[in-house]
Design a protein around this ligand. Structure first.
Ligand code: UGA
Length: 437
């Protein structure tokens, strides 16, 4: 049994590494040659805990990394994990996946195998039937259900726990026609993940499940963020106690109830926009989804107004941002709320100094000389007039009173309530805590 994985981003490289480390015969394909060279040498192009170790382990076994699509010709299973970025109007851009599918089709024409093609990329309902299947059949001159299988297999892994999530998914979704190929796919996943529920449905439902999942997570976050704003008006109220308690109700569930500066990253904001766009063109007013998005945008405005209340005009004010990655344990800054905040503060001519344990390089690529990069947390705090904790990196939990001593104005905005229990001798403002005057 040979498996190809096309597109070596977070999803593709995690799947490639995990399956290869288990001893499966794997070929990981990406059009970016430089990326392929790095990966072949056991180096991950991005930081993801445990990934390099698993990758190196896989490379000692039956793993080949290449930019040649022709290698799919003798594969039984082909996973498509390429990106579906966002267009300006919020819809998804299909150019990358169309190209990948087209090349798979061309190669399929020459292949003697009858492979199953799994689509893991996030795509709007109807895309497999309307776009992917016609391209595949046309380019391969073959028929789905007879010469090859095509199955929607959305992914639910989270960055920063990609390896664990790939090894132990909570669910497997297989969407497509009920053919022999589907039976074979079920067999494969039962072998890979015994005891994990398999949801067997059609293409369009599987495609929609992915958006349902991410938009529900975004809704939970905006819900708790709106409540946290209300809490801020109730002296002494604490959003964490509220989140923890309602999370104990099994109908609600404890995860994704952490109030903060809003959701970011390469998935939730993009998927929300795509679903809103899709609802609108389908004639459905997505009023709830619109509200979720609006709350997310307003969360950042609220932080800026708190800074302005304290510092007045922000021109030349020294502001420190702790954490630029969109969440801890990643170097990914795509659609990070911290990055948005920096952009907005720069427009107000503030002087920005940042610190992040992993994302300094990526942040530097984005802002170059426009902001300052601190080597240590202490350097970041020195002479600062305002510190904003944006990402809940463990390092920031350890901050002590002494470290704030050299700030010019001891003003701290803690978006993650990491320092709530500490006596810091600073003007402390935390999202979701009602200040006692
Ligand atoms: C998200 C989903 O959680 C995954 O299930 C999905 O597979 C993935 O998108 C995807 O579609 O590829 P990810 O983008 O890695 O995963 O990030 P999350 O862990 O969902 O965090 C997203 C944002 O929400 C972060 O900015 C985080 O700080 C924020 N968040 C999360 C909160 O503000 N509060 C919470 O309680 C949880």
């Amino acid at each position: 049994m040979k498996i190809a994985i096309i597109g070596l981003g977070f999803v593709g490289l995690s799947l490639t590494s995990v399956l290869a480390s288990k001893g499966y015969n794997i070929v990981g394909i990406d059009i970016d040659r430089e990326k392929c060279d790095k990966i072949s040498n056991g180096i991950s192009p991005f930081f993801e805990p445990k990934l390099e170790k698993v990758l190196k382990n896989g490379l000692k076994k039956k793993l080949k990394i290449s930019n040649k699509y022709s290698l799919i010709n003798n594969c039984d299973f082909i996973f498509v994990t390429v990106g579906t970025p966002q267009n300006v109007n919020g819809s998804i851009n299909l150019s990358i996946i169309k190209k990948a599918i087209s090349t798979i089709g061309e190669n399929l024409q020459k292949s003697k195998k009858k492979p199953i093609i799994f689509i893991k990329s996030t795509i709007i309902p109807g895309t497999i039937k309307k776009v992917i299947l016609p391209i595949l059949e046309k380019k391969s001159n073959k028929k789905e259900g007879k010469d090859f299988g095509l199955i929607s297999n959305p992914e639910f892994l989270q960055e920063s726990s990609a390896i664990i999530d790939t090894k132990f998914p909570h669910v497997v979704v297989l969407g497509g026609n009920q053919t022999e190929f589907m039976k074979k796919a079920k067999k494969l996943f039962t072998k890979l993940h015994p005891n994990v529920p398999i949801i067997n449905t059609n293409h369009q439902t599987a495609e929609m499940i992915k958006y349902a999942n991410n938009s529900f997570l975004a809704t939970k976050i905006s819900f708790i963020n709106q409540l946290s704003n209300i809490c801020q008006k109730i002296p002494g109220a604490n959003i964490d106690d509220i989140g923890k308690t309602i999370g104990l109700d099994p109908r609600i569930g404890k995860l994704f109830l952490n109030a903060g500066p809003g959701y970011g990253g390469s998935c939730l904001p993009k998927d929300m926009k795509a679903l809103i766009n899709f609802a609108n063109i389908s004639g459905i007013n997505p009023s709830l989804l619109n509200a979720v998005e609006e709350i997310n945008i307003k969360q950042l405005e609220q932080i800026i107004s708190i800074i302005k209340q304290k510092l007045g005009d922000l021109a030349s004010k020294k502001i420190t941002i702790l954490g630029t990655s969109f969440k801890p344990n990643t170097d990914d800054i795509r659609d990070s709320i911290a990055i948005e905040l920096i952009k907005k503060l720069l427009k107000k001519k503030a002087e920005i100094i940042i610190h992040d344990p992993k994302a300094m390089k990526n942040t530097k690529k984005q802002f170059e000389e426009k902001i300052n990069y601190a080597k240590t947390i202490n350097d970041a705090l020195s002479k600062s007039q305002c510190v904003i904790i944006m990402t809940q990196w463990k390092q920031y939990e350890k901050l002590t009173k002494k470290q704030f001593k050299y700030m010019k104005t001891k003003f701290v905005i803690d978006c993650r309530r990491m320092l709530v229990k500490k006596q810091l001798d600073v003007d402390y403002y935390a999202i979701g805590l009602g200040k006692i005057n």
